[in-house]
Write a protein that binds this ligand. Structure first.
Ligand code: SF4
Length: 610
């Protein structure tokens, strides 16, 4: 038996960044440049007519949900178009006619493709059929679905313990696919379900659960219209959630104030040109009233300084805090005020690096208002003290009574379009006794009660050879985690890696000894089965679940939906020897939804976080 070859895989490609020009910083987002880029990308990949037709269905009630991010859609989506430049780019990548098929993989080895830049790999096109990378090969070759399912099942059966397998979820998977995946993983016998939340809003979930009892945001989109103050902290909506700028614009039009806290002043928070309004065609709408340019990761110092100044005003009789709310709904204010006393204003000022004048202007606005929304993203969460960052935000809202009422509350803005939904339906490495009891009652098997591995622990387990199989439901795991080198060594240590994906990315090149690619339908594609078009559901950043139904002809007849793929793997593994009808659930999404809504309604899925 020859020893496995060592594939020579580049982790970053050898693209040289040439021709980078330094231009003046932009002072507005969207506008004609935004629409130009959106149409350029979609027209190039889809042709003008199909592009315009499909864009008109994006984020519409009868249409499909944009996979670009988790920003919610308004109750009445604009008929002129409810998408941004990023959404259009995400659609163009999914709806391209470029194909990564058997001929592509015959022509290009994984070693050669790995030398390309991530951009070029991503632009190679859609995956069209199941592909196998054998242990001693550098070229993927076609494999039949059934053979692929059996191969995965056989590999899983070789493991000494179910904990030798890792089941990763990226936040683009639908609620139905994620529910079925979580069910299968538990039926298989492990809670090893790392997911992309571990790398983005995990600290939000933990901080909000520990302070407010629920790990999700409390506001709805319409609250933005009623807010007196919106604080945008450690977030760049102009680049990551562009349609949020419309909500900020509405707040401004209703005389609300915007305070942004960020080491960088972002164009999107300076001015927004919404072409669906007259001002957007002309001068645009200025958004931020006060920008507090905080030093990196000194948000806690700045927020404590703001709280100290507000406490001082309140003590001097200015009725800044909502004492009725504090008395009725909170506890621990004495400890908070004592904690603030530990810090001197000069020390906090020094640490945060923000001019005191600017802070005082922000404090004078916050002192008079109590309909306050605080929005945040990775600038707050991706720090060792991420949980503390968010707790200080909650402290401010509680002192002002800005929770549980219109125009006020918490707003962690999620990246992946269904990252919150995946958690809600059970993708979680922690154990919930309540969930396990319900699964036992409804599905007739006893789920494992041993804590699973999150992303960091899963990487360590693969790197140390304790886990041998990695299955990825969407995503680009190797490039998503912060230490690419360590992640690559961990993944390449696996016997088998499986990626359920729509388009090519670096995680199809940095693989285990044997690798499988299982191509799935994109969000914009029709999911036709037994004569009818099926729909799926997703949950946005504000906890609203809505349906998504594709409109385009699938790019290949060989594609399967994510639930079908999971049902196929589970069915091959259990071989009908299990109380759950995996193949049935995999094809009949209504039956999954019925179970979720009837049997799991109100079940606390996550003991900690969310
Ligand atoms: S804001 Fe997000 S969800 Fe909305 S169109 Fe843009 S990328 Fe898509």
């Amino acid at each position: 038996m020859s020893s496995p070859i060592k594939r020579n895989i580049s982790l970053v490609g050898d693209a040289q960044f040439t021709g980078i020009e330094l231009t003046h910083a932009k002072d507005f987002a969207a506008g004609f440049p935004g629409i130009k880029v959106a149409l350029q990308h979609t027209f190039k990949e889809m042709g003008a007519l199909e592009a315009l037709g499909t864009l008109s269905k994006m984020n519409q009630k009868e249409g499909f949900d944009c996979a670009g991010c988790a920003w919610p859609d308004p109750e009445k989506p604009s008929k002129l178009g409810e998408y941004c430049e990023n959404g259009a780019k995400a659609l163009a990548e999914e709806a391209t006619y470029e194909k990564v098929d058997a001929d592509f993989f015959k022509k290009y080895s994984v070693e050669e493709i790995s030398t390309w830049s991530n951009f070029k790999i991503g632009k190679s096109g859609r995956l069209t059929q199941p592909m196998l990378l054998k242990e001693n090969s550098v070229h993927y070759e076609p494999i039949r679905w059934e053979t692929a399912f059996s191969m995965i099942a056989n590999h899983l059966k070789t493991l000494k313990s179910p904990d030798e397998a890792i089941f990763y979820t990226s936040g683009r998977s639908s609620n139905e696919a994620a529910f079925l995946y979580g069910l299968f993983v538990r039926a298989f016998g492990t809670n090893n379900m790392p997911d992309c939340s571990n790398m983005c809003h995990e600290s939000s979930g933990v901080a909000l659960s520990e302070t407010l009892g629920i790990g999700k945001g409390s506001v709805k989109l319409e609250d933005f219209d009623m807010a007196e103050v919106i604080m945008v902290i450690g977030q760049n909506p102009g680049t990551n959630h562009p349609r949020m700028l419309s909500a900020l614009e509405k707040c401004k039009m209703n005389c609300g104030k915007i305070i942004s806290i960020n080491p960088l002043e972002e164009a999107g928070l300076i001015k927004f040109k919404d072409l669906q309004s007259l001002s957007g065609i002309t001068q645009g709408t200025s958004l931020t009233d006060i920008h507090l340019q905080v030093k990196i990761n000194e948000d806690v110092a700045l927020l404590k300084l703001i709280l100290k100044k507000l406490a001082h005003l309140d003590k001097s009789g200015e009725k800044v805090f909502d004492h009725a709310f504090i008395e009725t709904y909170t506890q621990g204010i004495e400890d908070l005020l004592k904690d603030l006393d530990h810090y001197s204003e000069s020390e906090l000022l020094e640490r945060c690096g923000v001019p005191e004048k600017a802070i005082d202007r922000a404090v004078s606005i916050l002192a008079k208002k109590n309909k306050i929304i605080i929005c945040w993203a990775m600038g707050l969460t991706q720090h060792k003290n991420g949980v503390d960052n968010i707790k200080e935000c909650v402290n401010l809202l509680l002192l002002k009574g800005s929770l549980g009422k219109p125009g006020a509350g918490t707003c962690p803005v999620r990246g992946h379009s269904n990252v919150q939904g995946d958690r809600t339906v059970g993708i979680m490495h922690h154990v919930s006794t309540e969930l396990n009891k319900t699964i036992e009652r409804v599905f007739g098997f006893i789920p494992p009660d041993k804590e699973g591995l999150d992303t960091v622990k899963a990487l360590e387990a693969m790197h140390e050879g304790r886990s041998k199989i990695f299955i990825g439901l969407g995503g680009n795991f190797v490039s998503a985690v912060s230490d690419t080198q360590y992640a690559a060594e961990a993944i390449q240590n696996c016997e088998l890696t499986v990626q359920i994906s729509t388009k090519l990315n670096r995680s199809h090149l940095v693989t285990g000894k044997t690798a499988l690619i299982l191509p799935t339908l994109g969000r914009s594609e029709k999911d036709h089965f037994e004569g009818k078009d099926r729909f799926l559901t997703v949950e946005n950043s504000m906890g609203q679940v809505h349906r998504t139904k594709g409109v385009l002809k699938p790019k290949s007849e060989h594609l399967k939906s994510e639930p079908e793929i999971i049902g196929g793997i589970a069915n091959a593994y259990f071989n009908d020897g299990h109380p759950v009808d995996w193949a049935g659930l995999g094809t009949n999404y209504d039956s999954i939804r019925k179970k979720m809504s009837r049997d799991f309604e109100g079940i606390r899925i996550c003991p900690k976080g969310f």
